[in-house]
Design a protein around this ligand. Structure first.
Ligand code: SF4
Length: 396
């Protein structure tokens, strides 16, 4: 049997357990949130662990700490709950006794928690510079501009249903809620697209082209009915699409992607199969179409975790998702060989910005009754975003 020790894929530099270097020694610190007080910048791992634990104990049930699956180990150790963004937002909403929701994830996740939580709950993102490159590819003005161009092309937007992936700003969830649209996650994208096609002739889907394309393919929608809107082109370019391409489109995809999942390639799938007889390849639907079509299984982070857990002892599993989750699954399933498809994959660089020093800072402030780094969605935006999320919840 192949052993993990022989797998070069497990030697990724991010696979470093819970070793924590002081914030000031992090190479990218200069581009992270800079107003964290000096006293937190030079603390090492053991001191930070102690300080977070003390603040945690002082806060008791008044705070809940949420950890996204892609968080580093030195953060996830403090999480009361780990999961994907939607699961975590719902968890927080179902714990009204917690006045503070400390969301160890990225900005759009904290926004979604704020939309779904009760008015007395306050959401805190430890490092406000923790954004998401995919969500950033769909800026509200660009989407509004594209919507206006589609309206001009089709003589209105009555037959177009906007659908946004969970991984988007609250402003876009609100945009969808206000226009008869909906939100989807990587677990329910198929059901959501079917819902939308029952209500309109076309779907405008953002920000992840790969999730949209993979879902359309799984639903049997022909490729010629799926088009790609290039938002980088100047206004008035109709996303680079011809009249014919637009008119035959049932799904118009925004040209966005996840910088982590787009790295996985068909060559990596073929290499895993050549090097490990009987390997099973399981990937996230944010991966490119050719990767998804050559995998044995595709699904959300929760699906991937379940797939690995339910595999028989001795199974060899190549996983196409963020390295922190893959490394954790490898550790938690020692009777199986679990490795990342990409031998040099890096962690999600924006998730990584939630360093324990930021967590210690915001937790200590909360314990003192001060809220720093609150993420608050404007009321009107919240209302429409909630409508789009509720439509999705009603499908479940
Ligand atoms: S893994 Fe991709 S989609 Fe998720 S937060 Fe990071 S960049 Fe965004």
């Amino acid at each position: 049997m192949t052993t993990t020790a022989t797998l070069p894929q497990l030697q990724c530099e991010s696979d470093v357990g819970i070793a924590t270097v002081p914030l000031a020694s992090e190479g990218a610190f200069a581009s992270w949130q800079g107003d964290i007080p000096e006293r937190f910048r030079t603390l090492g791992g053991p001191e930070l662990v102690e300080r977070v634990r003390e603040a945690r104990a002082a806060l008791g049930q008044r705070a809940v700490v949420l950890g996204h699956h892609y968080q580093r180990e030195d953060i996830i150790q403090f999480a009361d709950r780990r999961g994907d963004s939607f699961d975590l937002a719902r968890y927080a909403a179902s714990h009204p006794e917690s006045e503070y929701i400390v969301f160890c994830g990225v900005h759009f996740m904290a926004e979604a928690a704020d939309v779904l939580s009760a008015p007395h709950q306050q959401v805190v993102l430890p490092n406000l510079a923790a954004g998401c490159s995919m969500a950033d590819m769909a800026a509200q003005p660009d989407v509004l501009g594209a919507w206006r161009e589609l309206a001009a092309e089709f003589g209105g937007t009555e037959e177009i249903i906007p659908v946004t992936y969970m991984n988007s700003a609250a402003a876009l969830k609100s945009f969808c809620g206000e226009r008869g649209g909906i939100v989807c996650t990587s677990s329910n994208a198929g059901r959501v697209l079917a819902w939308a096609l029952e209500r309109g002739r076309r779907i405008f889907f953002f920000p992840d082209q790969h999730l949209g394309r993979n879902t359309a393919h799984a639903m049997g929608i022909p490729e010629r009915e799926v088009s790609l809107w290039n938002w980088r082109l100047p206004s008035g370019s109709r996303g680079g699409l011809s009249t014919d391409e637009l008119r035959r489109s049932r799904i118009i995809l925004w040209e966005g992607h996840c910088s982590v999942h787009q790295r996985f390639s068909l060559t990596q799938v073929e290499r895993a199969r050549a090097q490990h007889a009987g390997v099973r390849v399981v990937v996230h639907p944010e991966c490119r179409a050719e990767v998804v079509r050559h995998a044995d299984a595709v699904g959300s982070t929760a699906y991937i975790a379940r797939y690995v857990e339910e595999a028989p002892a001795g199974a060899v599993l190549a996983v196409g998702t963020e390295i922190n989750l893959v490394s954790r699954l490898a550790k938690e399933n020692p009777d199986k060989t679990v490795f990342c498809l990409d031998p040099v994959v890096c962690p999600c660089s924006t998730m990584y910005r939630v360093h324990p020093a930021y967590l210690a800072w915001v937790m200590e402030e909360l314990a003192e009754g001060r809220v720093v780094n609150r993420v608050q969605v404007p009321e009107q935006q919240k209302e429409h975003a909630r409508v789009a999320l509720q439509r999705m919840l009603q499908l479940a």
